[in-house]
Design a protein around this ligand. Structure first.
Ligand code: TRP
Length: 446
């Protein structure tokens, strides 16, 4: 591997990075996964642990990932190879690629599910209430395939062109429509019970499992632990501030997750539902909300459309990581890479799609049974693998790359970071790895 970085694109501007990285971060993780996790892990207690994990674990790791990307201008495998040629650490890069493929596979299934809802409401608008949801099995598989094709098309156009433009208009729209839905939900009788449940921590509910889920949700929601932020950071210029970029993304992403909680839980309590329903939670609650809303069909169409876009900017980042590897390291064409990886994600995702749609009747609303294939995939890749990836990244930075090199990279473009440099090094060296290791071990061996 030559030391010379291959010629590659760069973000149009710092705000371009922030938009794309926020686009990667904000997605189904905030709106589908966060309420489902909070609901299953004790509500307010989960929210509190989540916020602590984001601040103490995810934020420092975010700086680390972006800085390794910008320092090396590579994909995860190339970045590690650039720092430590021919070392076994390369395996960490490959783990990142596998995780990207794994998450992409089932994430696209959920996105496909969201699309089927959008389509359902569009039909409702034109044909009336008579539309029933038959043939759900096949539809999900088709929309799942369609979603992968959309992702492939965006990524094959290159990162900047596709994402920067879209995110600018559509993300603020998503926030607006969520706020509108929240206002509506808060006006429902009994909604305050849900608010209380969401914001009041019950400390007795904090167990190792809750902490693992909250910590992993932080990695998942912020797209950390598999090199997505590393790869996006690799397109960042030395003029840009990693601190500003990383912090903006964390704040915005956390804001949207909290919004999603306020959108779902008041409705769960007001309209009757089980907060611990699992991965079907939002699909159970939202139709009830839209059903009782004036103009609910239109709101539903707009909401599901924007949610699809948010999911798309996330799947784009997943595919981009793996693509960057094949383009940079294997010299494949961009086209060949995206179609091959997209095809692989489709094959790997098929069982998740069948699990979700085929094995259970639509009417029972439990298409993602408790330990179905999809939830298993989500646990393996979305939970364990991201935590392991983040842990190993810290160890790699401590033992191979050197935290001083990392700190210096962050300081380029954000000189005032020098004041917090020692603190940050302390967190990456001691707090993050220790915490992640203890939580992983306590969950795995209990
Ligand atoms: N963060 C995204 C979400 O919340 C999902 C995602 C995109 C992701 N890229 C990732 C998760 C990389 C982990 C790693 O929906």
């Amino acid at each position: 591997m030559s030391a010379q970085a291959p010629r590659r694109g760069e973000w149009g501007s710092q705000i371009g990075f922030i938009l794309a990285a926020a686009g990667s971060a904000v997605g189904l993780g905030n709106i589908w996964r966060f309420p489902y996790m909070a609901g299953q892990n004790g509500g307010g207690a989960f929210v509190l642990v989540y916020l602590v994990c984001v601040l103490v674990i995810a934020l420092p790791v975010m700086f680390l990932e972006i800085s390794l990307g910008r320092a090396t201008h590579r994909n995860p495998v190339g970045a590690i190879r650039a720092v430590a040629p021919r070392s076994a650490w390369r395996a960490l890069g490959y783990l990142a690629l596998l995780t990207g493929l794994g998450i992409l596979s089932y994430y696209s299934v959920i996105a496909g599910k969201v699309m089927t809802y959008g389509a359902l409401y569009i039909r409702k608008l034109f044909i009336g209430e008579a539309v029933t949801y038959h043939g759900a099995t096949f539809e999900v598989v088709i929309y799942f395939a369609l979603f992968i094709v959309l992702t492939v098309l965006v990524v094959s156009g290159g990162v900047q062109r596709g994402i920067e433009r879209w995110a600018k208009i559509l993300m603020p729209m998503l926030v607006l429509i969520m706020v509108a839905i929240i206002v509506r939900c808060l006006l429902l009788p009994g909604a305050m019970e849900g608010v209380k449940w969401f914001v009041t921590p019950d400390f007795s509910k904090i167990t190792p499992r809750v902490i693992l889920n909250a910590m992993s949700q932080g990695f998942f929601s912020l797209s950390l632990g598999m090199g997505a932020m590393l790869t996006y950071g690799s397109y960042l210029s030395k003029k840009d501030s990693i601190v500003v970029c990383g912090t903006s993304v964390v704040l915005f992403d956390t804001f949207i997750a909290i919004l999603a909680g306020f959108m779902i839980f008041p409705a769960v309590f007001a309209l009757g539902g089980n907060p611990a329903a699992g991965s079907t939670l939002i699909f159970q609650v939202l139709p009830k909300v839209f059903g009782g809303m004036k103009g609910g069909v239109l709101v539903a169409i707009v909401f599901f459309f924007l949610l699809c876009v948010a999911a798309l900017t996330s799947t784009v980042s997943l595919l981009e990581v793996v693509t960057a590897y094949f383009v940079d390291e294997r010299r494949w064409s961009r086209r060949r890479s995206v179609w091959t990886i997209g095809g692989a994600a489709f094959v790997v995702g098929l069982p998740s799609a069948f699990d979700m749609a085929g094995l259970r009747p639509w009417t029972s609303m439990v298409f993602l049974g408790k330990h179905g294939f999809l939830e298993l995939m989500d646990f393996l890749w979305g939970n364990l693998s991201l935590a392991i990836g983040s842990l190993l990244l810290c160890v790699f930075a401590i033992t191979v790359w050197g935290l001083n090199n990392a700190g210096s990279e962050i300081e380029i473009g954000s000189p005032s970071f020098s004041r917090y440099r020692g603190l940050w090094i302390f967190f990456i060296k001691w707090v993050c790895p220790t915490f992640i290791a203890i939580i992983l071990a306590s969950k795995l061996f209990s």
